[in-house]
Design a protein around this ligand. Structure first.
Ligand code: FES
Ligand code: FES
Length: 157
């Protein structure tokens, strides 16, 4: 039996008939073709699949598509013109905060969430807040530096 899911994805209304077990991550990637949302572990550990659901950072691999029915979902593609995201992307580039880039979409969405809740956070705060996001390449130091710099810029510090 299939269920109809209708949601607002990056500002656009989309809907589809889905299997009840289909994840939001698969709905976003396979049905909508938005591949910035990455799938790593597919069981809630790595954070690569992080998106925003109703403004809350959410593991899309652990969220059923039917659970997001009627909700507003944002992926990295939908945040392209977001001022904080633009600052974060620039600092990620300038501080070499990525290597393979697999974790980067989830890192950026989480970083934006961190900066929305903490004004110019220090490295310790960023490391704690980032503890749910795994990166296999960078050693985290440059990611933390990039978020710290972006936080300072956004705070006008
Ligand atoms: S793919 Fe969702 S947490 Fe790893
Ligand atoms: S840059 Fe490769 S996993 Fe983070």
């Amino acid at each position: 039996m299939k269920a109809k899911v209708s949601l607002v994805l990056n500002g656009e209304s989309v809907s589809a008939e889905v299997e009840p077990r289909e994840t939001l991550a698969d709905f976003i990637r396979e049905r909508q073709g938005l591949t910035a949302t990455h799938l790593g572990c597919e069981h809630g550990v790595c954070g690569a699949c992080t998106v925003e659901v109703e403004g809350q950072t959410t593991r899309s691999c652990l969220t059923l598509a039917v659970r997001a029915d009627g909700m507003h979902v944002k992926t990295l593609e939908g945040l392209a013109a977001d001022p904080a995201m633009m600052v974060l992307k620039r600092w990620f580039h300038d501080e070499h905060a990525l290597q393979c880039g697999f974790c980067t979409p989830g890192m950026l969405i989480t970083a934006r969430d961190i900066l929305s809740r903490h004004r110019a956070p220090d490295a310790g705060t960023i490391r704690k807040e980032l503890s749910g996001q795994l990166c296999r390449c960078t050693g985290y130091a440059n990611i933390v530096k990039a978020i710290e710099a972006a936080g300072r810029e956004l705070a006008g510090a």
